[in-house]
Design a protein around this ligand. Structure first.
Ligand code: C2E
Ligand code: MG
Ligand code: MG
Length: 588
């Protein structure tokens, strides 16, 4: 290696070279695994390039206007788009050391320019040490992406989202606003169409959210599963509600992911904003989540703005959950009532439905429509389900008339491969004949996880236990569900039956369901029959059985009636109303 003369006294920089080109120091600099170049501060010509530098330049030669071997003596300007700026830096030692990252085509170079000074402090010239950092930067970026962004959708992950939320809260007194989004029906798509389609759907949702927020300074995050969140830089409730409406409308429009098959989902949103609903990230998130729960409870596909009442309701639910847990643990104050189901042809009771009842000494009776959802949202539903199944089977085994008993099973119990063993255990413990047990499920319960639910129900049916479809006429009333599983009974929802007397159309639908039942060889039961008029109507429309206050209210077994009497201060006789059902269907 020789150094070429460049018009300035290079012996000042490399005095050793002139004396002994082979000396160790010179060799060291030449071989050091660091790319080094020196530049004449007057002419800006490169006057020294070490070996490592040459190798590196060779690897990017195609991006440069000169060849590696011609570097020494060439102007340093070839490396820069803005040579004048570079010259300014190189010229004045006061600017040094100077670090820069420059891009050269697709490559990134990190450059450090330092001043070489003589013993007396005079400036001998600049020295450039440099490296190609393209891959290192890409790897770093990849790690950053992985740490901060969701790999599937590219949206901010939970950590990043939380950081942004914190930054926003620190940055301004007004806002931000927080929208928590949960997809309705996503689990169903994932379970029935497979995870690949589920993933595609999530990507599609992310894309839609990105497009929606294009013109706003917002952060969109995927917090996990099918949970998304949007941070908006304002806290005007009307504006947030308008935005939430747009999000719901956009996410609820059907999309084609598979050829010829459209996917229908929707979204529920909970909104909270600072400072009204919290001044810390945790508080806002908790409250947006509470509001989201309220939106789900209000029927999904809607948004709810957080309110203090929602928080109180939540604590109430938690208290209820604790109380229910200890009531179930101690088998205290929880009972089963039985309501007769009457065969319209014979007027005789053909079976009884078990309905759970819970008495709280300080609050009275709590409706199952209030505490079943609480149990469903915790693991209590399994204990409750087991209690009901076992007790109903044991009670029915004691009945003199040998009638069947119907037991309600909740959505949360289906599709988890646990129900069949629970049913089997209850039958074994009670000794009840399998054909005397009937399981009631609602259509929505089946819908939640169709494949899993149907698998459970088929296993139950294989045991010789019958299965009824409850509350038909509300929800989806889909004929597909009647085909997807061989139900033994269809129960037409009470609200529907009650409507039928006033509205001809409702009556026609009751008739149509009864007709459908007859064609399918399935018994149709009209629920919630309260009056003689309703009774007459449902019989005329072809229902095969009825259940309702008109023909018998739910009532407990005699031994429970005594406990309940002591608990409520009533007489056992007033509690046991009509466990056996009426003797005649036509009392008037
Ligand atoms: P469901 O299974 O459809 O039960 C029928 C409901 O209608 C019962 O309400 C019953 O008391 C009520 N009912 C019966 N006849 C009449 C009538 O003529 N008029 C009116 N207005 N109502 C009538 P209940 O006992 O409050 O139960 C409500 C729901 O809670 C049940 O609806 C069922 O879905 C659920 N449930 C009740 N017990 C259990 C249980 O042990 N396990 C599960 N998972 N769910 C249960
Ligand atoms: Mg039922
Ligand atoms: Mg029902």
């Amino acid at each position: 290696m020789t150094m070429q003369a460049t018009g300035f006294d290079e012996t000042k920089i490399f005095p050793l070279q002139k004396e002994d080109p082979n000396n160790r120091l010179y060799r060291m600099i030449d071989n050091i695994p660091l790319a080094v170049m020196t530049v004449d501060p007057v002419t800006y010509k490169i006057d020294y390039v070490n070996k490592t530098s040459k190798e590196l330049v060779r690897s990017i030669e195609h991006l440069l206007p000169i060849k590696t071997d011609d570097l020494v003596g060439s102007s340093i300007d070839v490396f820069h788009e803005n040579p004048e700026r570079q010259r300014q830096i190189l010229r004045d030692p006061a600017n040094l050391p100077f670090n820069a990252r420059i891009s050269l085509g697709p490559e990134l170079l990190d450059l450090k320019i330092s001043a070489i000074t003589a013993d007396d402090g005079s400036f001998l010239g600049p020295m450039l040490t440099w490296a190609i950092v393209t891959q290192k930067v890409a790897a770093k970026e990849k790690i950053r992406q992985l740490a901060h962004y969701d790999t599937l959708t590219g949206l901010a992950n939970r950590t990043t989202f939380n950081e942004r939320l914190k930054e926003r809260l620190n940055a301004s007194d007004d806002g931000p606003g927080l929208l928590y989004i949960d997809l309705d029906g996503f689990k169903l798509v994932n379970d029935t169409r497979g995870h690949n389609i589920g993933d595609e759907l999530l990507k599609c949702v992310a894309e839609k959210l990105r497009n929606l927020g294009e013109d706003e300074d917002i952060t969109i995050g995927r917090l996990g599963g099918d949970e998304f969140a949007i941070l908006v830089p304002y806290n005007d409730p009307a504006r947030m509600e308008a935005f939430a409406s747009r999000v719901i409308a956009e996410l609820s429009s059907p999309r084609s992911i598979e050829y010829h098959r459209k996917i229908h989902i929707s979204a529920s949103i909970g909104i909270a904003y600072a400072p009204a609903h919290g001044t810390t990230g945790e508080e806002l998130q908790k409250n947006a989540d509470i509001a989201l729960y309220a939106a789900k409870k209000a029927g999904k596909r809607c948004y709810r703005m957080f309110s203090e009442k929602m928080r109180i309701d939540m604590y109430e639910r938690l208290r209820l959950q604790e109380r229910l847990s200890s009531a179930l643990r101690d088998n205290r104050n929880i009972f089963l009532y039985y309501q007769p189901i009457i065969d319209v042809k014979t007027g005789q009771t053909m079976g009884r439905e078990a309905l759970i009842r819970w008495y709280q000494p300080d609050r009275g009776w709590v409706s199952p429509t209030d505490f079943i959802p609480v149990a469903e949202n915790s693991d209590l539903i399994d204990r409750l389900g087991e209690f009901v199944l076992t007790k109903a089977c044991c009670d029915a085994a004691d009945w003199d008339d040998g009638l069947p008993v119907a037991v309600n099973v909740s959505a949360a119990q289906l599709g988890r491969d646990t129900l069949t063993s629970m049913v089997r255990a209850a039958l074994a413990k009670s000794g009840l004949s399998h054909d005397r047990l009937e399981i009631e499920v609602t259509e929505t319960a089946v819908l939640n996880n169709e494949a899993g639910a149907i698998r459970d129900l088929l296993q139950i049916r294989d045991l010789g236990v019958r299965v009824a479809l409850d509350d038909f006429g509300t929800g989806f009333s889909s004929l597909t569900h009647l085909l997807s599983f061989p139900f033994d009974k269809i129960k037409i929802d009470g609200s529907f039956v009650q409507d039928a007397v006033q509205r001809k159309k409702a009556a026609a639908i009751v008739g149509a369901i009864a007709g459908l039942g007859a064609r399918l060889g399935v018994t149709t039961v009209a629920e919630g029959v309260e009056t003689q008029d309703q009774l007459r109507l449902v019989v005329r429309e072809g229902c095969k059985a009825i259940q309702g206050f008109h023909t018998g209210r739910p009532a407990p077994m005699a031994n429970d009636a005594h406990v309940i009497a002591a608990l409520t201060g009533k007489t056992p006789a007033s509690i046991i109303t009509d466990i056996k059902g009426p003797s005649s269907l036509h009392p008037h």
